[in-house]
Design a protein around this ligand. Structure first.
Ligand SMILES: Cc1cc2nc3c(=O)[nH]c(=O)nc-3n(C[C@H](O)[C@H](O)[C@H](O)COP(=O)(O)O)c2cc1C
Length: 168
């Protein structure tokens, strides 16, 4: 898993669902680049610290509901976030549940700044995310871990970004 995080071309984060308030237990260099926060500033904290002081709006409730709904294994959200230097950005957040012995144990997150992303950027991101998810699925094979997400059901980032721009 740490090799996958190190080699990934996109921002990745991992949170421990079994611990109180689902703290981050791993981020990669791309996450640090995107957010401006180093690992020592993030680990042990819930990732909501990226949300603006005034709140992230109704999407926060939808993210919370997703994390508690047993039947949902992955989802995507457009969340207003703020970098460490105070710059706001729109984060297209992908979350997927990792199960151990059939129970959600970890949550994988991937962040993509859609503020200035064009169709080409989002295609490159989708391909990289898809590749990481395939590798993660391979990693969990023949173990008591599973990534239950369906790769076919991965919605195109471009479509989500277009929708977010029509309906901010
Ligand atoms: C692995 C993981 C990564 C997350 N990444 C982000 C993020 O980049 N930005 C964000 O605003 N929220 C992120 N979240 C969502 C928040 O941590 C939190 O779940 C959300 O705000 C809803 O819960 P709350 O109402 O308790 O804050 C992430 C959650 C998980 C589990």
């Amino acid at each position: 898993m740490s090799d996958l995080f190190r080699d990934s071309k996109i921002s990745l984060s991992l949170a421990d669902y079994t611990r109180d308030d689902c703290p981050l237990i791993g981020i990669n260099a791309r996450f640090a680049e995107l957010s401006g926060y180093s690992a020592s500033e993030c680990l042990g904290r819930n990732c909501r610290f990226l949300q603006p002081e005034g709140g992230a709006g109704p999407v926060r409730e939808r993210m919370r509901a997703f994390l508690h709904e047993e039947e949902k294994d992955h989802s995507r959200f457009v969340v207003p976030n703020v970098r460490k230097d105070g710059t706001p950005f729109l984060n297209l957040l992908y979350m997927s549940k990792l199960q151990r012995d059939g129970r959600t144990a970890l949550i994988l997150g991937s962040q993509f700044d859609i503020s200035r992303a064009n169709a080409n950027d989002s295609e490159i991101y989708d391909r990289a995310l898809h590749e990481d998810l395939i590798n993660l699925k391979l990693l969990t094979e023949k173990t008591n871990w599973s990534l239950v997400t369906s790769l076919e059901a991965l919605a195109s980032s471009h479509a989500i970004i277009a929708q977010a721009r029509i309906d901010p």
